[in-house]
Write a protein that binds this ligand. Structure first.
Ligand code: ZN
Ligand code: ZN
Length: 370
């Protein structure tokens, strides 16, 4: 049994180094996960660049909030509560809810405010908070008593099983929140992991036409969206988006529009234009401290549009995402592009961020035992 655990530790903006920590002692109410793979998303890149410092994050931390692994050791109390045993393969939700604040008690645990960010989100808890191993970029992850885990079949390759995270977002944002129904027309702004995940979820619940839009630089992602069922794609900086949606829907416009694009504000304005009267717009892309030029209040009023902001992913969405992955119905291996060992964590992040020339990344994982 190893007594030291290897982890990639972020010590500053864009600085990651390997460190060793003692293997945590496990009591009746906590557990230890042997990390098989950890998925990376845009939030990992933001954390790497230092964008989360303004939200209270402080260094050093072990990043990684999308871990998948097997239960190495678990206390009796928590084993009963979670319904898992040593050797079970589980996906771990990023949030550690307090379970006692008003958000938690009213079923909106993704908005938990009972503890600061640096105590409630894997990857954001500093290593000086015992037992240090609070992120997925490590051989082992400490599992807090309030952790939420989901069993995952051993039959699914790790790089696909770990997609529970982006796909969970797709299920929540493209299905649960807007209530997408059979035959609906769905427009998705943004063709990254989350846009493709929204495409998969929309198709899985029976959407009719799915249209995905992104910029020319993301052309390879638009092609991926087609692989996963998008009926049409729009190159937003080369084509008139609203006219194209009118044409593709024969002026019927969209029942549901989802914006998962980061920073760009034009998709918000376009969403109001391409959604039909009485339709629903889901806003899931963060834009920073920017206003949205061209936003017309009266269009929202007169078209009786429902606008819903979404933040995070909840348990039912993760559970359905895992069932979709286990079904093997979608060629998820086409979405997966890169695996990196722990010592190349920074390279993994730069690759996902599109900063490595010649590497067109979509889904990237870190494999701590590779
Ligand atoms: Zn993520
Ligand atoms: Zn709470």
């Amino acid at each position: 049994m190893a007594h030291m655990v290897l982890a990639a530790v972020q010590t500053g903006d864009r600085r990651i180094e390997l460190r060793e920590f003692p293997r945590p002692a496990i009591g009746a109410d906590d557990a230890l996960l042997r990390v098989e793979a950890c998925g990376l998303c845009g939030s990992d890149v933001e954390q790497f660049h230092g964008a989360l410092v303004s939200l209270g994050l402080r260094y050093p931390t072990v990043p990684g909030h999308e871990p998948l692994g097997t239960i190495e050791e678990i206390g009796d109390v928590v084993a009963r509560r979670w319904g898992v045993q040593p050797g079970d393969r589980v996906a771990v939700e990023p949030l550690i809810p307090c379970g006692a604040c008003s958000a938690c008690l009213s079923g909106r645990y993704t908005s938990c405010s009972g503890r600061p960010l640096t105590e409630r989100l894997y990857s954001c808890i500093p290593t000086d908070h015992a037992p240090a191993l609070w992120g997925g970029y490590a051989q082992y992850l400490y599992l807090h008593p309030n952790t939420l885990v989901h069993k995952v079949s051993n039959d699914v390759p790790a790089e696909l099983a770990v997609m529970f995270n982006p796909l969970g977002a797709g299920v929540r944002w493209a299905s649960h929140v807007p209530g997408t129904r059979l035959g609906d027309t769905v427009v998705i702004f943004g063709a990254g992991q989350r846009g493709v995940s929204c495409t998969i979820a929309a198709k899985a619940v029976g959407a009719g036409t799915v249209i995905v839009s992104d910029i020319a630089a993301a052309r390879h992602k638009l092609e991926l969206a087609r692989v996963f069922g998008a009926d049409a794609t729009i190159v937003a900086d080369e084509e008139p988006v609203v006219d194209r949606v009118r044409e593709l829907t024969r002026d019927q416009l969209a029942d549901v529009v989802i914006d998962v694009s980061a920073y760009a504000t034009k998709p918000v304005v376009d969403a109001i234009d391409v959604v039909k009267t009485g339709g629903t717009v889901v806003l899931a892309g963060l834009k920073g401290p920017k206003e949205v030029p061209g936003f017309l209040n009266d269009k929202v009023v007169m078209k009786a549009i429902t606008i819903k902001g979404v933040f995070g992913v909840d348990r039912p969405a993760y559970a359905q995402a895992i069932r979709i992955i286990e079904s093997g119905r979608f060629p998820l291996e086409r979405l997966h592009t890169h695996d990196f060992p722990l010592e190349q964590a920074a390279r993994a992040l730069e690759t996902l961020a599109g900063e490595v020339p010649g590497e067109a990344a979509a889904h990237v994982t870190i494999r701590p035992w590779a």
